[in-house]
Design a protein around this ligand. Sequence first.
Ligand SMILES: Cc1cc2nc3c(=O)[nH]c(=O)nc-3n(C[C@H](O)[C@H](O)[C@H](O)COP(=O)(O)OP(=O)(O)OC[C@H]3O[C@@H](n4cnc5c(N)ncnc54)[C@H](O)[C@@H]3O)c2cc1C
Length: 415
Amino acid sequence: MTNKHYDICVIGAGPAGLMAAGIAAQNGASVVLIEKNKQPGKKLLLTGKGRCNITRDEQDLSEFTTAFGKNGKFLYPALKVFSIEDTINFFASLSLETKTERGQRVFPISDKATDVLKVLQAFLRKNRVEVLRESPVVKLTKNGQTVEKVNLVSGTIKADKYIIATGGVSYPETGSRGDGFRWAKHLGHTVVHPYPALMSIITKEDWVKDLQGLSLKNVSISIYQNNRKQDERFGEALFTHEGMSGPIILDMSKNIAQLLKQGTVELKIDLKPALDYPKLDLRLQRDFKTKSNKMMKNCLDDLLPQKLIPVIGNLSGIEPDKKANSVTKEERKTLLHLLKELTVTVIATSGFNKAVITTGGVSLKEIDPRTMKSKLIDNLYFAGEIIDLDGPTGGYNLQLCWSTGYLAAKSAASA
Ligand SMILES: Cc1cc2nc3c(=O)[nH]c(=O)nc-3n(C[C@H](O)[C@H](O)[C@H](O)COP(=O)(O)OP(=O)(O)OC[C@H]3O[C@@H](n4cnc5c(N)ncnc54)[C@H](O)[C@@H]3O)c2cc1C
């Protein structure tokens, strides 16, 4: 593969690189896509628990970009050029129909991430992208203000333009190990220090094990440090064998990780956010009255998922077989407290190994948001997670890849 010359060289065959390579070729460029793994899209196949939450069906672009925090504005031009609607239409044009689920989450109708990868690979074949697999890029060689060539383990690749789409450093088993960050630094770019984000948490309480797999819907979870509330979210969460996960936890995990550096972090789970203390107390009294001859544990099935009842029972210290009509006011108060403020203490977050996304990356100050072109290197572009942008769960991060991959390719192919 020595000294071959292409119009555009894309490094990294994740969602951003696959999109960039296909679009650049569709626009008439000769394109090589270089991937270190045997198979492209290893991380893409894990997305949405193998179902691939392709995007979020959000009509309001500023609403969408705001979810990325203060850096979100950077995404605006890319989304203008390749919007959420364009993404859905693009996949439809590749015969991949999509559906929108709860929380505006868009998935392929087949519920298979493999189908998303399949259509992208077919798109690349149709547009004659040359894909080099099992070809780790070792470094990029610079000549003045341009990238001169890409060095592989054996041989080099030359191109007029280069698009780096090597992702972040999370889930390294998928191939994202921060190589792109090192090259960017070597080329003179600032890399905002990467941290893991969208992580599950490990808790001190081992009763979570008994709840493993239990998904909580419509709950509210607050983060506390030194008895002060730091954050609160409403939605879905999940118990795991060692702690908690699910959308609310993932979205709060960046904050939790920061707070853990300063001390103990507690999460208070409000299992019944629609009912305040007095209302929930009335509800308990009513349930206990109407089922007065039943055991206490059997009076909670309308309020709580089955799996949670023995755990709450244990934590309350109330004899589970106690008759509802003999539960004391004090005991009811304890129960009430557990339903409104079920508390877990966070020991750690899952870290880079299992983080869904990396925060940090190539500084936005050094990338032109209208083209994705480096402001420092004349023939270099960035796309996807390598850029210092990260969104919450729910399709935001893949949309970032589709839009920046598209824009980088369009700009590189037409410059
Ligand atoms: C478990 C999990 C579930 C997720 N679910 C969702 C979801 O449902 N919806 C959503 O929006 N987002 C989801 N995400 C996030 C999403 O997967 C990422 O945002 C996305 O994959 C980033 O794409 P990328 O192309 O920038 O980088 P990556 O997908 O990381 O791809 C980078 C590619 O570059 C290659 N590469 C790296 N270094 C080199 C090198 N030296 N030489 C050659 N190739 C190299 C890698 O092997 C890899 O194939 C999920 C992430 C995880 C981990």
